[in-house]
Design a protein around this ligand. Sequence first.
Ligand SMILES: [Zn+2]
Ligand SMILES: [Zn+2]
Length: 379
Amino acid sequence: MAKRDFYDVLGVDKGADASTIKSAYRKLAMKHHPDRNPDNKDAEEKFREATEAYDVLKDDQKRAAYDQFGHAAFDGNGGGGRPGGGGFSGFSAGGFSDIFDEMFSDFMGGGRRQRRGQQSRKGSDLRYDLSVTLEQAFEGDTQKITIPVPASCESCGGSGAAKGSKPTTCSSCDGHGKIRAQQGFFSVERTCPTCQGQGEVISQPCTSCGGQGRIQKNKSLNVNIPKGVDTGTRIRLSGEGEAGLRGGPSGDLYIFINVKDHGLFTREGNNLFMTMPVPMVKAILGGTVDIPNLDGKMARVTLEEGTQSGHRLRLKGKGMPGLQGRGRGDMYVDIHVETPVNLNARQKELLAEMEKAGKNQNPESDSFVKRIKKMFGEG
Ligand SMILES: [Zn+2]
Ligand SMILES: [Zn+2]
């Protein structure tokens, strides 16, 4: 099969200008694109042929060479039994392993990645660690945070091109981002080295962002802290992450909650725990104690006569609220009876008298002593 004339392939005159060639190629490419003609070998071949022709004719130097020497201008670059193998500049520079890799990936991909167009990219998700107090977690709160985020550059609207200029379609790949070539039996493509696969180039970079289209900005956000958050709770703020590249969507911002230690309470799930010191006399005689709650109020609780150290009170529903209103924890108060210190002589006297005046008033101690005696065989 003789290689067809490039002008014939595109159906244009030898003297056709660049825009005529371009629109002729566009028409053919649309018609024969592999995505539109799945598993159609004939269309695939036509598409490849048109792309090959266009690649030469759109480039003034290559076109001049072709006009002068015909297909022979691009021969001699290897290629198997197929005519015109490996003709494109930019392709032959890659070296064998490069070619092989791309050949392989193209083989797998079936050439469907042909037209990339502009490469917009979603911004990354960001993480922000936010410490809150137990009270904030109890009540819920709104907290203002300031985070440095790569934001879309305002000077250039995120395009990366200086004011008054625009990114231009990459002439090496005509905006494909890929350069495609025929190597032996394989159609291979490689990332366009001129635009790094972006499909466009920025000739005058924006001075504010250096052509990146993004700049670091401090962004203030009001974070809504829902009731019941705990260490490890994540709050997702959709679209508040890193700005997208070249008009791509922004990533999300994840707020990782850390609840700070509290001076009085420890927390397990939605339950709260607290140890409460009670003076010895109050533990002996009984009375009321006021237990602080996270809502700032006090809960008054009556202690029975003879309350022991380690006695646990349960205050139902006085724990943490569940996230999204689900369930409510309890509060557990462990009593710690405090032994008085710094007694004067008179107090000591009174206590000794008290001790003498009663019997069987320390049942636990008595039974403990009995058990010790038994252990030593004296019981
Ligand atoms: Zn390019
Ligand atoms: Zn900019």
